[in-house]
Design a protein around this ligand. Structure first.
Ligand SMILES: NC(=O)c1ccc[n+]([C@@H]2O[C@H](COP(=O)([O-])OP(=O)(O)OC[C@H]3O[C@@H](n4cnc5c(N)ncnc54)[C@H](OP(=O)(O)O)[C@@H]3O)[C@@H](O)[C@H]2O)c1
Length: 342
């Protein structure tokens, strides 16, 4: 009898796919067989899985029959075409794109926050992973909401270029070098303005309301994952950091919550690491969170301008908690609660 799962990583040559393979190996996910898929042009490209090397296959011709779980990290267009094919073949899809996140019959899961939503997955065999900025924020908000009921959140993000895929990383790298070599001009392509030595208050498309789609996602996803009554307003900003998203979060509660109690609650919360010393360097910055599983919380302090307010600083590896780690954690919940192999 098979003791583990047959797992497919879709988009294995990308930033998130690469981290999915790392994390499946690091967490010793029970795997009987694993395969790596990408586009046809990447056929035969080698990717690492623990101490093994896998040769990438073509998603377009892959047969998902008999595979248990497919972790998708290919963007909405390819997901739209291939996720229903995988689900129809009986393979559970855990998707990183935004395509299915807002469908009422598709669960949107952060395992530390709403693991019970997995029960809904049996219907369409597709589970959505949230936006990277939402995932780390809800890990911080949920334990505080359970204690003092959150009314409103004001969040400003400082999002790394890896959130825009391989092209985002390349653009920051190339532009940074070209600043020192004016003959080698590297104009903005992936981003809408120069990203090197700059910040850009624009991620994803503009909506009629004036907010960007990235900002709207944080609002809609927080409501779906934690509580529809929480009001959220966001400003999402791209910054010249390779990996690691940061967020300045202001929270207004129904009840008073003392900063020391909030710190104690967060210290006990799953997936959270509190680093909060009121001294030079007593907080976490994005470069320190790279490769880590935790969502780091620092700068916890009362907001004295409102009755029941707190401010905090939240940092996490966007390729991990914001994408690949969360997807693997969902696979773990799926295995424990639904597939139950082994
Ligand atoms: N980066 C983040 O922080 C983050 C966070 C949350 C969610 N996500 C989402 O995760 C997904 C992947 O992001 P990423 O940052 O890993 O992007 P990426 O580095 O640009 O990688 C994209 C991957 O998708 C594959 N792909 C694209 N179109 C394909 C097609 N038609 N058929 C087969 N394979 C195809 C690419 O294969 P080739 O190499 O062969 O082109 C590559 O493996 C996106 O939906 C993104 O929105 C990303």
């Amino acid at each position: 009898m098979a003791m583990g799962y047959r797992v497919v990583v879709v988009g294995a040559t990308g930033n998130v796919g690469h981290e999915m393979l790392n994390i499946l190996a690091e967490r010793q996910f029970p795997i009987d067989e694993i395969t790596a898929l990408a586009s046809r042009k990447s056929m035969g490209t080698e990717v690492s899985f623990g101490d093994k090397t896998l040769k990438t296959k073509d998603l377009d011709t892959f047969d998902f029959t008999g595979w248990d779980i497919a972790l998708f990290a290919v963007g909405s267009d390819a997901t739209k075409k291939y996720a229903p094919i995988a689900a129809k073949a009986g393979c559970y899809v855990i998707d990183n794109s935004s395509l299915y996140r807002y469908d009422h019959d598709i669960p949107l899961i952060v395992p530390e926050v709403n693991p019970d939503a997995i029960e809904l997955a049996v219907k369409r065999k597709i589970i959505a992973n949230p936006n990277c900025s939402t995932a780390q924020m809800v890990v911080a908000l949920k334990p505080l909401h359970d204690r003092a009921r959150i009314k409103r959140v004001v969040v400003s993000t400082y999002q790394s270029v890896s959130g825009a895929g391989k092209e985002g990383i390349d653009e920051l790298w190339d532009q940074t070098k070209s600043i020192y070599n004016p003959t080698d001009d590297k104009p903005a392509r992936k981003f809408t303005k120069q990203i090197a030595f700059n910040v850009i208050p624009h991620i994803d498309v503009f909506m009629d309301s004036g907010e960007t789609k990235e900002e709207w996602k944080m609002v809609a996803e927080t409501k779906k994952i934690i509580d529809p009554s929480i009001k959220v307003t966001a400003t999402c900003v791209r910054v010249p950091v390779f990996v690691g998203h940061s967020e300045a979060i202001n929270i207004e509660f129904e009840e008073f919550l003392d900063e020391d109690e909030a710190r104690d609650i967060l210290r006990e919360a799953p997936g959270v690491m509190v680093i909060d010393k009121r001294e030079d360097g007593g907080y976490v910055t994005p470069v320190e969170c790279v490769g880590d599983f935790a969502t780091f919380i620092s700068r916890i302090r009362q907001d004295s301008t409102i009755d029941n307010g707190l401010n905090l600083w939240c940092v996490s590896d966007n390729l991990r908690k914001g994408a690949a780690l969360n997807a693997v954690q969902i696979a773990e919940v799926l295995g424990q609660r639904i597939l139950k192999k082994g």
